[in-house]
Ligand binder design. Structure first.
Ligand code: UT7
Length: 321
């Protein structure tokens, strides 16, 4: 059977790291509050010259190196972001030009924090139908540029970064590597709980992120547990078969609550929210790359990816490495 096999991963972070203590000197907050409520200890913030496309390109290059694949072999680039360099063209096309692999398919996917799951699932479908044979799937964000730095309820939670995976369509056996099952959902009724109060067609400005955190938290735990069960069922496996969960990194308490709902031991959950904070569409591939590079995730492991974000949108995907 044809499956999309993960050939390599990569990531990139801005040069500047900002600790909770540094933030507390500018905003009415404290290291204790941020650590206790979220698990976040620091975040990376893009500086001059660092944009979503530069971070995405660096992550893509690292993933291509890890895969041992030349950029010119890539026929499809899907980049998940809610913070593109420009309203248009798609940031994916800028990454394509920087990598020197022009001529294939390149476009952005916008599903906020679930963006990487949406991009991965779209790329998987396109590879399996033969539209391309090798793809780059990237999650990249510069949320620092849409934060209201006067609003302590949101500005302490987010960071910037990018993560990428290289996928290749391969003919594999049933228990071989590749993406096994994915499920995606959206419910636009909840727009007001997490949104940006600007945009080209409304205010004509970029706007700032607004979030009713407690409500988002409640929806996240329920929706994530439901979609994880759906994917387990679709793949005919149980939670006990999973080697690693690579979740969207919004809040350590959401990760704990979701793992508990599924009876998954906390040791199987990859956690990087302490180092990266919430990097929206970049958080899953950033965490995945960290666990691939430090050797925790190994060939043959069964890995579950999951995310939930603005919209609401949410989804999960199961892959064998
Ligand atoms: O990535 C997309 C999905 N996003 C998420 O999943 C985020 C989900 N939500 C969350 O992670 C949590 O709800 C937050 C971390 C955003 C907030 O944690 P919480 O435990 O729900 O806190 P809260 O909003 O109920 O606020 C508790 C208190 C409030 O004070 P009062 O009203 O109890 O006096 C806030 O004003 O904490 C106060 N507070 C802060 N204090 C110090 C809010 N932000 C801060 C802050 N520093 N930065």
């Amino acid at each position: 059977m044809i499956r999309s096999v993960i050939r390599g991963t990569g990531s990139a972070l801005p040069a500047q790291c900002v600790t909770n203590a540094e933030l507390a000197s500018r905003v009415d907050t404290s290291d204790e509050w941020i650590v206790e409520r979220t698990g976040i200890r620091q975040r990376y913030i893009a500086g001059e010259g660092e944009t979503t496309s530069t971070l995405a390109t660096a992550a893509a290059r690292a993933a291509l190196d890890a895969a041992g694949i030349d950029a010119r072999e890539i026929g499809l680039i899907i980049l998940a972001t809610a913070t593109p360099d420009h309203t248009f063209p798609a940031t994916a096309t800028q990454v394509q030009a920087a990598l020197g692999c022009n001529g294939g398919i390149a476009f952005d996917v916008h599903a906020v924090c679930s963006g990487f799951l949406y991009a991965l699932t779209t790329a998987d479908s396109m590879l399996r139908t033969g539209l391309a044979s090798k793809a780059l799937v990237i999650g990249a964000e510069t949320f620092s540029r849409i934060l209201d730095w006067e609003d302590r309820t949101t500005c302490v939670l987010f960071g910037d970064g990018a993560g990428a995976v290289v996928l290749e369509a391969q003919d594999v056996v049933e228990d071989g590597p590749g993406i096994i099952a994915s499920r995606l959902h959206a419910d636009g009724a909840h727009k007001d709980m997490l949104y940006v109060d600007g945009g080209p067609s409304t205010t004509g400005t970029v706007g700032h992120l607004r979030m009713r955190g407690r409500e988002v938290f409640r929806h996240a735990v329920v929706n994530l547990a439901d979609v994880l069960k759906e994917v387990l069922e679709a793949a005919a496996v149980t939670a006990a078969d999973i080697d690693w969960v690579v979740p969207h990194q919004a809040n350590a308490r959401i990760l704990d609550a979701t793992a508990r709902k599924l009876d998954l031991p906390a040791e199987k959950v990859v956690v990087t929210v302490d180092r990266h904070a919430n990097t929206s569409a970049a958080s899953v591939p950033l965490a995945f790359d960290a666990a691939m590079r430090d050797g925790r995730i190994k060939p043959g492991d069964l890995v579950m990816f999951e995310a939930m974000g603005g919209g609401f949108t949410w989804g999960a995907s199961l892959a064998r490495i």
